[in-house]
Design a protein around this ligand. Structure first.
Ligand SMILES: Nc1ncnc2c1ncn2[C@@H]1O[C@H](COP(=O)(O)OP(=O)(O)OP(=O)(O)O)[C@@H](O)[C@H]1O
Ligand SMILES: [Mg+2]
Length: 387
């Protein structure tokens, strides 16, 4: 590999080598995916625990770019139990959205590819591995079983169509009851009512630009929930909103979840939102899960130095601090990850052993797992880490 650390640039020969390698790998992967008849035996699987709605099992999702392979998700495993909210936290670029897009199979292909692991989806009578599913089968699941609320409603709503037409389209596409046109419109208005839009009939014939940010986000939620999905992925559903609307939207989501008895995968970098909503928490760092457990495990006993840093960087009402804590250093280059713990170079508690390979996962309890050598012997090492 060329030494790009000095200049920051790839030389021409190296760039050509990467391009050729990418071309070869992607050709192989795409050929396998685009086969006309993929036998059911390739993607029908069994859940590890039937009480789970989704199981991510050693998921690897890579992007083959001209600068090299970006290992956005590099061996992620966690479960989303039925009827529960799983919060996924981590700083920008750690792979939260890519994990959820892998579940929806909405990765930007051909560059974005799931190269390993499974995502098992519980369909009730059977389970499927969505990473191996043919596109046509996957289309049937999106909306009906899994649906996604995107972060930025304006990029997902079409500005030239009226709200009603856009929600109608979603309902018609997934309709199994053979509803008439009027029946679909009625259902749309019912959905708009359900997400708390007061003037639902008026909004039905408005364009997206005529709505406020909060109303647009509600329309997105209405669209996502139109077909009562079993799994809702909410990717930063409230980041663009002010706190009062944020609280309303979260209440709405929690209420709707109970009404249609679905599970939520809630992605956010706001720990307050996680504390309010989540039953389980998954903490990601640079494409890996560094800690996971119940909300009580994570909030009361944060155990990975990164999680501890995240908690410390959250402002607390009533507690004055000169400066808010920030985790020093930056995330390693995703194209060139180190061979040791990815957090080591920023870690205040690092041990000499931390430079030897990536740490394995240690169990602190049945639900609480952490990937950090401080827990190698079941308890934290003495204070003074390596300076
Ligand atoms: N289409 C793409 N092509 C190349 N790299 C990509 C692509 N999409 C995502 N990535 C890379 O994958 C990594 C994870 O991105 P992801 O969008 O999952 O981050 P995130 O955790 O959702 O961050 P944020 O909190 O900012 O939304 C990043 O390093 C990003 O640069
Ligand atoms: Mg994201």
């Amino acid at each position: 590999m060329a030494d790009r650390s000095k200049s920051g640039y790839l030389d021409r020969k190296e760039a050509r080598r990467i391009q050729k390698e990418n071309r070869d790998t992607l050709k192989k992967l795409e050929r396998s995916r685009k086969r006309k008849k993929i036998p059911e035996s390739e993607y029908v699987t069994t859940m590890k625990d039937p009480a789970n709605a989704v199981e991510f099992d050693d998921l690897h999702t890579f992007f083959y770019t001209d600068a090299g392979v970006v290992k956005s998700v590099d061996g992620v495993s966690f479960d989303v139990p039925k009827g529960k909210v799983v919060g996924v936290v981590g700083e920008s670029g750690c792979g939260k959205s890519v994990t959820s897009l892998s579940l929806m199979q909405l990765l930007q292909r051909p560059q974005g590819q799931v190269t390993g692991g499974q995502i098992r989806l519980n369909l009730g009578d059977k389970a499927v591995d969505v990473t191996k599913m043919p596109e046509r089968e996957m289309q049937r699941l999106r909306g009906n079983y899994i649906s996604m609320i995107f972060q930025e409603p304006m990029t997902s709503l079409n500005p030239v169509f009226r709200i009603g037409a856009q929600v109608d389209e979603v309902i018609a596409l997934h309709d199994t009851k053979g509803l008439s046109k009027a029946g679909i419109a009625e259902r749309t208005i019912e959905m708009l009512d359900m997400v708390g839009i007061a003037n639902s009939k008026g909004v039905y014939s408005m364009y997206p630009h005529e709505l406020s940010g909060g109303m647009r986000q509600r329309v997105m939620i209405a669209m996502a929930l139109a077909c009562s999905p079993s799994i809702i992925i909410a990717d930063e559903p409230t980041t663009a909103l002010d706190v009062t609307i944020q609280a309303q939207i979260l209440d709405l989501l929690a209420g709707l979840k109970d009404k249609i008895n679905s599970s939520i995968m809630l992605i956010t970098h706001d720990l307050g939102v996680i504390a309010q909503m989540a039953d389980y928490v998954v903490v990601m760092y640079a494409g890996k899960v560094v800690e996971k457990g119940t909300a009580a495990d994570i909030f009361e006993h944060p155990s990975h130095p990164y999680t501890i840093g995240l908690m410390a960087s959250k402002p607390v009402v009533g507690k004055r601090a000169e400066r808010l804590y920030s985790i020093p250093g930056k995330v390693p280059n995703p194209v060139n990850m180190p061979k040791y713990c990815y957090f080591r170079d920023r870690c205040e508690k690092k041990l000499p052993g931390c430079s030897q390979g990536y740490p394995c996962e240690y169990s602190l309890s049945e639900t609480h797992k952490v990937s950090c050598r401080l827990w190698e012997n079941g308890s934290t090492a003495d204070d003074g880490g390596e300076s």
